[in-house]
Design a protein around this ligand. Structure first.
Ligand code: P6P
Length: 333
């Protein structure tokens, strides 16, 4: 009956956002509205993904994105949906998207936030029905309100994020985000069209059994990575690599583990993008008591130089990342 069905369901995300806002007397409600705008777009994309095989939108376009990667129809659809939600929501003056070379001016020049987003990370997995994700970071603009955005609004350190999160379009669609006061996970109930709190105050296990890396490149890894991987394998850690970042990150966040994408011959600076992938995940993992480094520096301390720059990353359970750093300090100095 409805009692049992709803007994385990937590608060709806709208009410959670409002409750959190009420804890900050000076809050104006603009960030709350921005989060709601992201939630709206995610519900539309969740539906598009769930029926992609029926609507024929799994395929490719003839285009490539700035990364030189082929663009899929769903990449474009996801970007359009987030752009529209953020433009109409009025809280964002500019958007940095993985799918667009240039920063998108929303025209909301009085808005005080900017958003960096990977609208649909891992989208190549959709046509084989493997989970994919959206990753977003929210920053306060540094340029004066009332005028168009400046590039400096985006070249901010990870520490400057006011909020960050991801949506995981998996067996269930989940929203996981932080505003700097812990990490909370919400599960989407499509029959009600609402997200409900299902994973309150997520803490990443200090240790873990999983390591995630594409072993294809192991011949190219630096000595510290080779030594670290040898160590992990020698104690029979489980390798789990979906090849969809949000999946691999989410599993390691809940169960404990480490995700690595080091520098390779093909990706000298690592493959993952700092502004709209690594910053958000680093903020989340630190808020959940985990750790994120680029090998020599805390990801959240990196001073961005280019809006589409990449970075090597080792991210996850604190003890596992500490162990990598120990090995690196022994080998590299
Ligand atoms: P590789 C997907 O393209 C992505 O950006 C992440 O989602 C994923 O973790 C990574 O690249 C996979 O890269 O080189 O292992 O195929």
């Amino acid at each position: 009956n409805i009692e049992t069905f709803t007994s385990h369901i937590g608060i709806a995300v709208d009410r959670f956002i409002a409750q959190r806002q009420s804890e900050f007397p000076h809050a104006t409600g603009e960030l709350s509205q921005l989060l709601r705008d992201i939630v709206i777009a995610s519900k539309i994309i969740s539906r598009e993904i769930n029926r992609a095989g029926l609507s024929g939108i799994e395929g490719m376009t003839e285009e490539e994105n700035i990364q030189g990667e082929p663009q899929r129809m769903l990449d474009i659809i996801a970007e359009v949906r987030f752009k529209r939600a953020l433009i109409n929501g009025g809280q964002v003056c500019a958007i940095l998207s993985e799918e667009s070379d240039e920063i998108i001016d929303t025209g909301n020049h009085n808005a005080k936030y900017v958003v960096a987003i990977d609208p649909l990370d891992g989208s190549s997995n959709v046509d084989v029905n493997v989970s994919v994700g959206t990753i977003f970071s929210i920053y306060k603009r540094v340029s004066p309100q009332g005028k168009p955005y400046k590039k400096e609004d985006f070249l901010q350190k990870g520490d400057q994020q006011v909020a960050a999160g991801y949506i995981l379009y998996g067996p269930s669609t989940m929203l996981v985000y932080t505003t700097g006061y812990g990490v909370n996970g919400f599960t989407y109930e499509s029959s009600l069209g609402e997200y409900f709190l299902s994973h309150p105050n997520i803490i990443q296990p200090e240790n873990g059994e999983y390591y995630s890396i594409n072993e294809r490149d192991q011949g190219e890894f630096s000595r510290d990575f080779k030594t670290y991987l040898y160590e992990l394998k020698s104690r029979k850690m489980e390798t789990r690599y979906v090849g969809s970042l949000v999946c691999d990150f989410h599993r390691n966040l809940l169960k404990g583990g480490v995700y690595m994408y080091p520098s390779t011959d093909k990706y000298k600076e690592g493959k993952l993008r700092l502004m709209y992938e690594c910053h958000a995940l680093a903020f989340l993992t630190e808020q959940a008591k985990g750790k994120a480094t680029n090998g020599s520096a805390r990801v959240m301390d990196i001073k961005p130089k280019d809006i589409h720059q990449r970075t090597p990353i080792i991210i996850g359970s604190k003890k596992l990342v500490d162990e990598y750093e120990e090995i690196r300090s022994l080998i590299c100095f």
